[in-house]
Design a protein around this ligand. Structure first.
Ligand code: ADP
Length: 150
């Protein structure tokens, strides 16, 4: 018997959850894709956050639903506006790494008031996107924690 309380054991278990165990597939668009294309991709892929890459596949930006809604208000031609004009850009992107703890990724979502984080890997010319952590990811980890008890 370890002498640990139920809540201490639960805490230990949560702290062991790692990003790579729960990450989902990242959906990316190129910087020169149009706002129209990004909206289509968001619907087709059924995601709320898109990541933007340059022609070397390095992370350059993030597009949220509201970024695209904002760009759609007014009469602009959405086919004529490239996403790099409206995206949130590097170096202001909050990222995480595969071996980070889920609880730290969750803390970032709260602190930065965002819905998702790209999971990245450092390479020579920038950051390669290897996954995606979202509020859904965190909800899944939470449910699994409770349901796996029995
Ligand atoms: P929404 O804008 O639809 O409410 P978010 O809360 O995720 O969705 O996004 C809020 C703002 O933060 C948007 O402008 C978006 O581009 C930006 N954003 C989203 N994810 C990140 C991130 N990982 N790092 C930096 N900025 C982000």
């Amino acid at each position: 018997y370890t002498g640990k309380t139920g809540s201490e054991l639960l805490t230990e278990k949560i702290k062991k959850f790692k990003v790579h165990e729960y990450q989902s597939v990242p959906i990316v668009v190129k910087e020169d894709a149009s706002v129209y294309d990004a909206i289509s991709t968001m619907f087709l892929e059924d995601v709320g956050t898109l990541f933007v890459v340059d022609n070397k596949a390095c992370l350059t930006g993030v597009l949220s639903r509201k970024d695209l809604l904002r760009a759609s208000i007014g009469n602009q031609d959405l086919n004529a506006i490239p996403v790099h004009i409206i995206m949130t850009r590097m170096p202001n992107i909050t990222v995480c790494y595969k071996d980070d703890r889920i609880i730290d990724a969750a803390q970032q979502l709260i602190n930065k008031q965002i819905d998702g984080l790209p999971v990245v890997k450092e390479k020579d010319n920038g950051l390669e996107i290897i996954g995606r952590i979202t509020k859904t990811t965190i909800t899944k980890a939470f449910v699994e924690l409770i349901m796996d008890e029995h």
